[in-house]
Design a protein around this ligand. Sequence first.
Ligand code: ASP
Ligand code: MG
Length: 418
Amino acid sequence: MKDKITTLDRPIQVKKFGGTSVGSIERIHNVARIVIESLKNNYPVVVASAMSGETNRLVALAEEAFPHYKGPAYDMLLASGEQVAIALLAMAIERQGYKAKPYLAHQIGIQTDNVSSKARIQHIQTEQILKDLKEGIIPIIAGFQGVDENFNITTLGRGGSDTSAVAIAAALKADACEIYTDVPAVFSADPRLVPLAKEIKELTFEEMMEMASLGSKVLHIRSVELAAKFGVKIHVRSSFQEREGTWVMDSVQNLEKPVVSSVTHDANTSVVKINNLPEGVSGLAQLFEHLAQKGIVVDIISQTHLPEGQRLAFSVPSEDLYQAVTITQNLFTQMHKLPAQIETMDKVAKVSIVGVGMRNHPGVAAHFFKILAKQNIPIFLVTTSEIKVSAIIPSESLQKAAQSLHTAFSLDQLSKET
Ligand code: ASP
Ligand code: MG
């Protein structure tokens, strides 16, 4: 171990290890080796999430104790998985003769707002981390959690430890954040759904943000937003193979970028339909404001005027469906003094194509519709932006849709260099 130094002579590098990377003691020892190895060229700052399956186990326990409960107790319970992982990882590093110290969010000063189970990071103190680095101690920080102004433990939403890592990298002004995971890179589609999916070498923040918001589980969306905002490059790579993965950054070098860089899907999407909404816009504004206050991200919205009145349909993550319906029903009866006619669709999925190349190519949406039409796949809701087209379709057609889009947009042949 190096002697105590006062200034840092190597770059700080934040390394985040996901659940599968710390899924067993053997794997934790593997992570310890990666961290120790990186001491040669860097000062590693480690962020870890809970051992794989642990957070799901805690969610199931909470569901059993009090179905649909959200509040400080829920966040405290869910955050406990990370505590185990960081303590074990610190022990594994110390066993090799190096100094490491595990930290919970409140010990290091990861301040968040107070939105239960979807908190946002507001500020991170760096003093303790920098002090440790100067003393030759490797800080091992619990991902996914924070502390609010009343000292409640908060959590950042499922998959949120990526966001912890990027926020810590930004606070430390590190220029890259390494996200170690169980896949070697970001793929042009989920290989379980589309066997011909290929690894992508480079993606822009914009593309990755769309992919994350459209259902790609590789990175937590907030982490990409923060990375873009603070100019922190993200390197998604495998913790089991020593090689480059996917770089997510401002702009990519490849001039021959394909029009579409990936087909993304989200099987956990649901649609809420309201069939008796009185005319007017203010009711809509109130509804979406209430949903937003509860941290529910409404995705595709469609509103139509029929002779019978205004109709509204919107999609939400399936995990938020129950809460979205409850909020809608309560607000509706309070405002309009009659029950809402709500219909929900949960056997639906979202399939999307993403690519910055779309900007300069007209007709991409037309092509998208043609491909789905050819497969006889109905579309319930649709939305587009400059760099994506996405549609809500029946869950049972998801695989067929993803595979035919992947083929039609020439992603099957994508070379590894792309
Ligand atoms: N352990 C948390 C989860 O499973 C956070 C994370 O893995 O990023 O959602
Ligand atoms: Mg994750």
